[in-house]
Design a binder for this molecule. Structure first.
Ligand code: BES
Ligand code: ZN
Ligand code: MG
Length: 504
């Protein structure tokens, strides 16, 4: 898809469809006013006839309007002028794409970018527009054999955004550059998460990582740490999780070097990559068990982010770890009651093999210390308790550093990708007490998201760290199940912000 920015002159535009917004007060803005004038008051007549009220999210599809250069027009109700905010603006794009999907249009011009929204400049209007359009057009059809169903749902090849000034053209074009790279990375991430677990296993993730480095040979290199390497390193907690599976654990390390300046921050991203979580011996109930293929969403997010920074050539040094494993039931599976010695030397008494994510992550948190990281983020579908506490709208954040949480919150405010901080009070740590090992791997059935993060924090003492529990936000459950690509928007913005402020 090609995106363009253009200034107001309708005469110059060759587009199959124009998309306009009209507020409830019926004060038409510049371009739609021009359409109204050229068509002898066609739009005002519609309003007078009460065919259109301007109510929020109302839509009207028009064609063959006299004297108008484009054959089709979509009018979208914007509601009350003062109520238009980023969320509503995004919804207008979703509504437009629902209509557009059913039409054969090649080029579209959006005038929604002309709408005034308090606190949001043209850069963000274009970023949000691209993000909503690409999300709304996404579908995962890799395994449909019927060619009709497989066919891409839209024919659109270019989209124009209308802006007022030459300065807006510069900002808009910059937004296109960032928006496109982020959408591309989000699509890669969603595709990876949506893959079935019989194909997407730890080896598959490693193969994808190698492919990524081949696409960006100037800045990305890969290290694969296999089962034997991990055993040699003493990563016993990590390797134990994969013991019940024939698909052995494999850790793919994606190194991105975007700067040779050694004052640039080293950031490490760790993604939980459990390609299928059956729960192990503490087996899960079978309802919706198919959705446990999404338990590698943390790894797919890290993968998407690595592609975004490489695409944008951000001046950062970033290491992404895909911590892949499969938690299965077998004669070699680890057991409740087992005591594992982690890479850090600390011992863990296993009380539930389904709390496997933290066992993988604790060893990776120790492993990444060798990179001398300034910041470590882990991203994981870690606990059902996160879904109970925050639902599917908000990613849980737990951290040992207030400034880092503030930086994440800023990226969240910018993008609308919601997060909420949960506390790591010392009281919670007691829930992990074991009478025979240094700690247990689960708490006591309450505050499960927090006790999981307490467990991780025991292994993240040497650097600034945050844990993102994406169990509720990473995928949509049920009949229309599928990856959301969250929190790519949040974290790509976090990395962009870091790259602008990257000197220690
Ligand atoms: N992958 C799951 C967490 C999960 C559950 C994510 C449901 C999304 C939806 C994780 O490995 C797990 O099984 N966690 C257990 C921990 C418990 C045994 C302390 C859980 O949340 O039930
Ligand atoms: Zn899991
Ligand atoms: Mg589990």
């Amino acid at each position: 898809m090609k995106y363009n920015i253009q200034t107001l002159f309708l005469e110059k535009q060759h587009s199959d469809c124009f998309v306009f917004g009209i507020f409830e007060d019926f004060k038409l803005c510049f371009s739609i006013k021009k359409i109204d004038e050229d068509s002898n008051g066609y739009i005002n007549q519609l309003i007078k006839n009460k065919d259109f009220f301007g109510k929020f999210n109302e839509s009207l599809f028009l064609y063959s309007i006299p004297n108008v250069y484009s054959t089709k027009i979509i009018l979208l109700g914007c509601g009350r002028r003062k109520d238009l905010n980023a969320d509503r603006y995004k919804q207008l794009f979703q509504t437009s794409i629902k209509i557009i999907k059913n039409l054969s249009l090649k080029t579209i011009t959006y005038f929604l970018t002309e709408l005034n929204i308090e606190g949001i400049d043209i850069y963000w209007k274009v970023r949000f527009a691209i993000s909503e359009i690409e999300d709304s057009l996404y579908s995962f059809k890799n395994f449909k054999t019927d060619t009709n169903k497989k066919k891409i749902t839209s024919l659109i090849d270019s989209i124009n955004f209308s802006v007022f000034s030459d300065n807006d053209i510069v900002l808009g074009n910059n937004a296109i550059k960032y928006g496109l790279a982020i959408s591309k990375g989000k699509k890669i991430s969603k595709d990876l998460s949506n893959m079935p677990p019989n194909i997407c296993n730890p080896t598959y993730l490693a193969t994808k990582a190698i492919e990524l480095s081949q696409n960006y040979p100037n800045c990305i290199t890969i290290d694969i740490v296999n089962y034997q390497d991990m055993k040699n390193l003493g990563m016993n907690a990590y390797v134990s999780v994969g013991m019940g599976s024939n698909n052995k654990s494999l850790m793919s390390i994606i190194k991105y070097k975007g700067s040779t300046d050694n004052k640039v921050k080293n950031i490490v991203l760790i993604g939980k990559g459990v390609t299928f979580d059956a729960g192990g011996i503490s087996i899960k109930p079978s309802s919706k068990l198919d959705e446990m293929k999404f338990d590698m969403s943390g790894a797919s997010i890290v993968f998407g982010l690595m592609s975004i920074v490489a695409e944008l050539q951000l001046p950062l040094n970033l290491i992404g770890v895909l911590a892949a494993s499969e938690n299965m039931v077998g004669s070699k599976s680890f057991r409740p009651g087992d005591i594992l010695t982690t890479m850090s030397g600390k011992t863990v008494e296993i009380l539930d093999t389904d709390a496997e994510g933290r066992l993988i992550l604790c060893d990776v948190l120790t492993y990444v210390d060798k990179f001398n990281p300034d910041i470590v983020l882990d991203i994981a579908t870690l606990t059902g308790a996160c879904v109970v506490a925050l639902g599917t709208y908000v990613t849980g954040v737990l951290s040992n550093n207030k400034n880092l949480v503030q930086d994440l919150q800023r990226s969240s405010n910018q993008t609308g990708d919601l997060i909420w901080e949960m506390p790591l009070f010392k009281e919670y740590y007691k829930d992990l007490n074991s009478n025979i090992a240094d700690m247990t791997n689960i708490g006591n059935n309450s505050a499960g998201m927090i006790t999981a993060a307490c467990f991780l924090s025991n292994f993240a003492k040497k650097y600034i760290w945050a844990h993102l529990d994406i169990a509720g936000t990473a995928w949509i459950s049920g009949k229309n199940k599928g990856s959301t690509g969250r929190p790519i928007d949040l974290l790509s913005q976090f990395l962009i912000n870091q790259s602008k402020n990257n000197i220690l």
